[in-house]
Design a binder for this molecule. Structure first.
Ligand SMILES: Nc1ncnc2c1ncn2[C@@H]1O[C@H](COP(=O)(O)OP(=O)(O)O)[C@@H](O)[C@H]1O
Ligand SMILES: [Mg+2]
Length: 159
């Protein structure tokens, strides 16, 4: 299991780190973001979206639960959907299905999920080809420890 760590000391650095990492992304990818409120999950996703050429402002889909955008770059991802989900309010598997999570994962794009802990809570075994966990830890007011880990999705499926 390989992981990448980065200590960010301001929001722009978090965005830049996310944007740089975005260059390694492939189609059919799920990004599980974990961390407390205010850790910087939305900020990280803003950096990703920017690198993917998405011009719309990125805000947390706390009430709508899902935002969909179209990836503009790089060429191998262009035209695929970028989904931004926030599962903070999700408590049951039924709510996840109502949200259309299965359809979202079948679209072959990039799916970034805030409060991904809720997937486990709901016993979800829904995985795409590539799965990454992005864990952000609040160190102090401006410092954030970011750890990106590639998740072995076979292992996840069997648990
Ligand atoms: N190094 C940093 N990285 C990301 N956000 C930071 C950092 N330092 C301070 N912040 C602030 O922390 C907050 C993070 O908010 P947000 O990205 O919405 O978090 P979350 O989506 O995890 O609740 C913002 O107000 C941002 O300005
Ligand atoms: Mg957020």
């Amino acid at each position: 299991m390989t992981s990448t760590e980065y200590l960010s000391d301001n929001p722009a650095a978090t965005e830049a780190f996310a944007a740089q990492w975005a260059h390694t992304l492939q189609p059919d990818t799920m990004i599980l973001l974990k961390g407390d409120l205010g850790a910087g999950k939305t900020t990280f996703i803003r950096g990703l979206a920017h690198a993917l050429g998405i011009p719309e402002p990125i805000r947390s889909p706390t009430f709508t639960l899902v935002h969909e955008y179209t990836i503009q770059q790089p060429p191998h991802l262009s035209g695929l959907p970028f989904f931004h989900l926030d599962l903070y309010r999700i408590e049951t598997p039924d709510q996840l299905y109502t949200l259309g999570i299965e359809e979202i994962l079948e679209r072959g794009g990039i799916v970034a999920i805030e409060w991904a802990e809720r997937l486990e809570l709901c016993g979800m075994g829904l995985f795409t080809t590539q799965v990454y966990e992005v864990a952000i830890e609040l160190i102090d007011e401006t410092k954030r420890q970011i750890r990106i880990t590639r998740v072995d999705n076979q292992t996840q499926r069997n648990t």
